[in-house]
Design a protein around this ligand. Structure first.
Ligand code: HEM
Length: 336
């Protein structure tokens, strides 16, 4: 079944109930149920777990904006008051047993509880570009990753055919092939990838992208570590790291210029764009010390506070629909 892409899905409630409000976009996209269905066929259905980014762990802390942030957006995120945060670190992909040494994106999702009661959310990856420019490309990639029932393995020919047909996958693929995974969730940067609109108090609008820069620095596993580390080490490392002292990232916003694509997360903006540090994220407890804090949140990235709006990126809009399907399934399964 195909469905017309919808845009401007409503913010979800704190419990994550999806209420699609907006009008349809032109275009013909796979139904979110089909995309989630494809993810389920890659490594099976794991009741109660996310259909993508299935392996993850929670953290809690706060966000403190800089003075400079106020001049870019009127969002209460940037009011200057410390904002409580619930976070989730994860590995991309539908397999909850994926080894922590796997060459796939690491991720950080954040839910900010703003002083005026609004929620604001972000869900970011540590790759500087996304692996698809369109929903169709993302869907076709998942289909290509479904194991062949005869061998139980992914068919390399299908994957090669996907890559040849969808060159938009190359940027992220090349980055993952040329950078080993990070030694810790604390030692990597996380990127918004999708563009957003910041609106200031005078209603002036700007297109922005952002990243969270780790104060622990950006590091990569050595080849030796990659081959010798156990399957699971990221939860233990982030637990121990936050027990030692709070772990921090600076949120840095890039200001778009005319012509910078605002509808394609597979393309990075030029590195020379003006950047503004808008705040610092501080996580005080994580992993084994924050179990259960983030599990029942749907980190839909279109849950935004007044002063920040989505871009006309079909992937961004579609994420609300796909996350809601996955969220609905996992809540149902947990209730049984
Ligand atoms: C068409 C494109 C995409 C589809 C269909 C898709 C699908 C999904 C689904 C089904 C989930 C699980 C949601 C849940 O059960 O709560 C998920 C989680 C996630 N996705 Fe995507 N995604 C897409 C694009 C992106 C992009 C562009 C990014 C990064 C900029 C991203 C980052 C994440 C993160 C960080 C999570 C984990 C959130 C958490 O920890 O709860 N996704 N995605």
């Amino acid at each position: 079944m195909r469905f017309p892409a919808f845009r401007h899905l409503a913010a979800l409630t704190a419990l994550g109930l999806a209420l699609p409000l907006g009008s349809a976009l032109a275009g013909d996209e796979p139904a979110p149920e089909d995309v989630v269905g494809a993810l389920e066929k890659i490594s099976g259905v794991h009741a109660g777990l996310r259909r993508n980014h299935a392996k993850g762990t929670c953290a809690v802390g706060s966000f403190q904006a800089t003075e400079a942030a106020k001049s870019l957006s009127s969002s209460q995120l940037f009011s200057g008051q410390a904002v409580p945060v619930i976070a989730r670190f994860s590995l991309a992909g539908p397999n909850p047993a994926v080894p922590d040494t796997t060459r796939n994106p690491r991720a950080l999702a954040l839910q900010f509880q703003l002083p005026n009661g609004e929620l604001h959310q972000m869900a970011m990856l540590n790759t500087p570009v996304f692996g698809a420019a369109t929903v169709e490309s993302f869907y076709q990639r998942q289909l290509a990753d479904i194991p062949d029932p005869a061998t139980g393995k992914r068919d390399p020919e299908k994957l090669a055919a996907y890559k040849a047909k969808f060159p938009d996958s190359k940027g992220q693929g090349d980055w993952l092939a040329s950078h080993n995974p990070p030694p810790s969730f604390a030692e990597t940067a996380y990127h918004s990838l999708n563009a957003f609109k910041f609106i200031d108090g005078a209603k002036h609008e700007r297109w922005v992208k952002w990243r969270f820069e780790p104060r622990d620095g950006v590091h990569f596993l050595s080849d030796e570590e990659l081959n010798s580390l156990p399957k699971d080490f990221l939860v233990q490392r982030i637990t121990e790291r936050t027990r030692k002292s709070p772990v921090q990232w600076d949120m840095v916003v890039s200001l778009g210029e005319p012509g910078d694509p605002i509808d394609n997360p597979a393309v990075a903006w030029p590195a020379q764009r003006k950047e503004v540090k808008v705040g610092t994220l501080t996580l005080t407890r994580a992993g084994n010390d924050a179990v259960g804090q983030c599990e029942d949140i749907n980190f839909d990235p279109n849950v935004l506070s007044a002063g920040v709006e989505p871009s006309p990126d079909a992937i961004l809009a579609y994420r609300s629909a796909a996350y809601a399907v996955s969220f609905g399934k996992r809540l149902d399964e947990k209730a049984k």
